[in-house]
Every structure is written in structure tokens, then in C-alpha cells.
Design a protein around this ligand. Sequence first.
Ligand code: DP6
Length: 344
Amino acid sequence: MKSKVTVTCPSNIALIKYWGKKDTGVQIPQNPSISWSLSDLTAKTTLQYTPGSGRQINFSYDGVPKESFLPKINDFFTRIEEIFPWVKDGIFNIDTINNFPHGTGIASSAAGFGALATALVEIEGDLDRDSSEYWNKVSELARLGSGSACRSMFSKPAVWGVSEAVENSSDFFAVELKTTIHPSLQNWKDCVLIVDSGEKKVSSTAGHSLLNGHAYANSRFTQATENLAEIVRVFEEGNVDRFIKIVESEALQLHSMMMSSIPYYMLMRPNTIAIIEEIWKFREETNLPVCFTLDAGANVHLLYSKEVESSVKTFIESNLLPYCQNAMYLCSDIGGKPQIENHD
Ligand code: DP6
């Protein structure tokens, strides 16, 4: 066992969305999802472990104790006891910090649980970092913290949930897409346009449960499963037009599921729609490879190939910033995986 480790883990953005959990097991998705890691939007977590009897967890954010986070972390430790019985005992000092500012509305739980899960596997020290078992274990632990966190472990697109289109895919952990990615879909970027920096209107947990008994749920799960199989082919073949159609449709389906649930929610704001319309107009006029996706919130993720970066930057500055809160946006390269720093 090691005693102290620091891990930096990227967050990720889903292209095919995880929205809806099975009622068996913990955080088992209703449909497979696929995401890109965001290497420049990270959480850095230091975990210090001291053996002892009984469990004590201390949690701080950038050195400042944050007791409000403890219930979620405690639940996480209880869930992983089956996989890692040793976490029943000991003192766990956890300090974390995100490299993006507070109040951006960007979910940090994927990066945070990704970092903590990696740190726990490192502390245990039983698996070889170059083995797939190591990353399966990290991903499985991360899933038990937050479902989407299990996809933050891979530089290539990460698939979570059983799909006939992806070998070794699993509901328990994410795997990296093994096929060669066509050059036209390598080297993309994501700029998150901050429309609303406030707290989430619906927590993920509450959001997922809106799918229980939802009139359109089964069609949605079937469509997501089909979209996933198609996007896997698109990644190989490089059909950027199809990529754009699938990704934008997934984002709008996610929101339409929220608008048609009971209770219903409208998470887009007027500026979300204004930005989407600007993106559509820009694409029509320039024919450049740009598209959008959305999380369960009002911010817009603008995805584009790095080849057209300078035109997109000009477009953001001139057409999109007026719709962003405090003219705020954050850009990231696609890719990245947890980076580990051992202290002893
Ligand atoms: C809309 O992973 O945050 O971002 O498993 O309850 O922690 P929990 O939910 P979470 O849900 C993310 C939903 C999403 C789509 C996605 O990332 O696939």
C-alpha cells in the first residue's frame, strides 16, 4: 500500500448521452454512451491514506474543509467497499481543486471522481498501470461515484455501456474505442460557452430518474443505442457531416426528454438557442466542421476541428460572446487521461 498520491484527471463531454439508469445495480446505464475527454478542464486530487480502524474521511477544496461534499464522498466509499474492502478502515484525507473557475456551471464530478478513483487504485498498488485491468478498475470505481466519471480515463473516445458495436464494452466500466480514428475526427477542440453560471436546476440523479416511466423512454434508449453504433462507424470512416448530425441530435434529444418528462424542465435559456442558431448560420455560410452539444444545462459546447481554429475563434469573439455570461468561455483540447504523481 502507498500512503499518498496526487492525480490530475480530465472531465469529459458526451457525444452520445447517458440519460436514464436501470433500476438494478448502482449507476447502470439504460443505453451505451460515448464521450471525449477534455484535457484542459481538470480536477487535481491528493489522497493521503493512513491505516487505522474504522473509517474517517476529511475532504477539502484547495485546502479549505468542505463538509457539504462529505455525504456524497461517504456514499461513494460505502459503494466501493465490495470492490475494495480495505477502504472500510483508515483515515482518508482528500484535497481537490479544479483548474476551471467556480461558477461556470461546468460539472466537476466527472473529473473529481475520476481523480479519486485513480488515486485509490494507486494507493492499493496491486495492478500494473499499463494493463487494461488497472483502467477497468479505475473506471468501475469512478462509475460508482458518478456515472459519467467512468469515461474520463481515456485519450481516445470512451464507450460506457454494452454495445454490439464495441468489443469488450460493459455496463460496469468504460473502454477506449480501439479502432483507428479517421484523421478528420482527430484533433478537435471544445469551447464551452458559458450562458448560465448558476447551480444546476436539476441534479443529475433527479434528472436520470425522470426517465422512469417516461412516455418516450424506450424509444430514446433504442435511438441512443443505434446512434452509438453509427458514430463508432463514423469515427472510423470520417464522415464529418454524419458526425455533426448525430451529435447535435443527441444534444437536442437529451433536452427534449427533459421537456417531456413529468415534472418537465426547460434547461436551455434564450441565449442557448441564440448561440445554436448562430452556429447553424456560420456552418451554412462557411461549410466548416463545427457543431454543438449540450450538457444537462444551458451552456453550449462548441466542437470544431483544430484545422479551422482561427476562423472559429473569430466567430466566437464576434458572434457568440454577446450571448455569454460575462463574455466567459473555456476551451479545451480533446483527449487526455489521469496523470499520476507519487509522493513516496
Ligand atoms: C447529461 O454522470 O452526472 O452529462 O451518474 O447520477 O452522477 P450520475 O449522473 P451524471 O450524468 C451525466 C449526464 C449527462 C450526459 C452524459 O455525460 O452522458
